[in-house]
Design a protein around this ligand. Structure first.
Ligand code: NI
Length: 177
C-alpha cells in the first residue's frame, strides 16, 4: 500500500465526473487499499477517487474515531436510492484544506453500490454517515461542498483562497497520473 497525493482545489480532476467501474480488477483493489491508507493518514473520514487523481466511481468512508473498531465502507458505482429530511453540518474537505462551512444535506439516505468483492450492497444511513456519503458521492459527480454554500460564503471563500500563495497553488494544481 502507498500514500497517494491528494488533489487540491482548483485541480480540474475534482470537476470531472467519475467513470463507472466495469471490472473490479487488481488495479482497482490496489486503488482502494491506497485510498484507505491515504484517508486514514490524512486523517479524513472519507475520500473519493477523483481526489487522488483517478476519476473512477470509487469512494471510501470511515467515520469511526476509534481505530480498534473500524467502520470502513468501500463503495463502487454508488447510487442514491432515496433521501429524506434536512440537516446542516459544518463540513470540510481534504481537497479544500483549512476551510469549513455549513452545508445543508439530507438527514437520511439509502445508497446502493458494489463492495470491493463486487457484491451488491445497500446502506441506510443517518447522521454523520449520511453526510459523508452525500459529500463523497458529490465528489464523484465533480461537485465540491463549496458549491453548496451560500453565495456570500462562497465569495468569502474565494477571496481567502486567492490570498494563498501562487506557488503553493501551482505546486498542487496538477496531479493526474
Ligand atoms: Ni471532500
Amino acid at each position: 500500500m502507498s500514500l497517494l497525493p491528494i488533489c487540491i482545489y482548483p485541480d480540474p480532476v475534482l470537476r470531472q465526473k467519475a467513470e463507472r467501474v466495469k471490472n473490479i480488477d487488481n488495479g482497482i483493489q490496489r486503488l482502494i487499499d491506497d485510498m484507505v491508507e491515504t484517508m486514514h493518514n490524512a486523517p479524513g473520514i472519507g475520500l473519493a477517487a477523483n481526489q487522488v487523481g483517478r476519476p473512477l466511481s470509487v469512494l471510501v468512508i470511515d467515520i469511526q474515531r476509534d481505530e480498534s473498531e473500524s467502520g470502513l465502507i468501500v463503495l463502487i458505482n454508488p447510487e442514491m436510492v432515496s433521501a429524506r429530511g434536512e440537516t446542516t453540518f459544518e463540513e470540510g474537505c481534504l481537497s479544500v484544506p483549512e476551510y469549513f462551512a455549513s452545508v445543508v444535506r439530507h438527514e437520511e439516505v439509502v445508497v446502493r453500490g458494489l463492495d470491493r468483492r463486487g457484491e451488491k450492497i445497500e446502506i441506510a444511513a443517518e447522521g454523520l454517515l449520511a453526510i459523508a456519503l452525500q459529500h463523497e458521492m458529490d465528489h464523484l459527480e465533480g461537485k465540491l461542498f463549496i458549491d453548496r454554500i451560500s453565495p456570500i460564503a462562497r465569495d468569502i471563500f474565494k477571496r481567502r483562497w486567492k490570498k494563498k500563495s501562487k506557488e503553493e497553488r501551482e505546486e498542487t494544481l496538477l496531479c493526474l497520473d
